[in-house]
Design a protein around this ligand. Structure first.
Ligand code: ZN
Length: 134
């Protein structure tokens, strides 16, 4: 079952500059910022309804997201869809001929399992799947 959009991730050059739009001008609350050295990004989390905007500022130009910013510039990076059973959703997608970036879910420290659908199978959108821990 598909539950909701968990978050929309946006790549930015500078978190403080981006917050001048998302927090100060638009008025979204900033719940936290955190460094994610594993993925070479600093992240600002802005809750929006049952979802969240995540602003990602690359901290290393040679990382995946750093290269993405250099090549494509600022903008939407991915859309994250939350599901109950990520293995069942991946099986369903691959059964429909959809190409995954990773068919085996990865696991975050807090237990969230996640996988990415290749944008060429999703109309140019990088789609992340999330299965939250119980
Ligand atoms: Zn994400």
């Amino acid at each position: 079952m598909i539950n909701r959009i968990n978050h929309v991730a946006i790549v930015v050059e500078d978190l403080d500059a981006a917050l001048r739009f998302w927090r100060d001008a638009l008025g979204l609350p900033l719940s936290k910022t955190e460094a994610n050295p594993g993925e070479n990004v600093d992240i600002a989390f802005l809750p929006l309804g049952e979802s969240e905007i995540e602003l990602l500022e690359p901290t290393d130009p040679d990382s995946g997201i750093g290269k993405y910013l250099a090549k494509k510039g600022q903008g939407m990076h991915h859309l994250c869809v939350e599901v109950d059973d990520i293995d069942a959703v991946i099986a369903r997608l691959t059964g429909h001929g959809v190409e995954m970036i990773n068919e085996t879910p990865r696991v975050r420290d807090e237990g969230t399992r996640y996988a990415f659908v290749h944008p060429k199978s999703a109309g140019g959108v990088l789609v992340e799947l999330y299965e939250l821990p119980e």
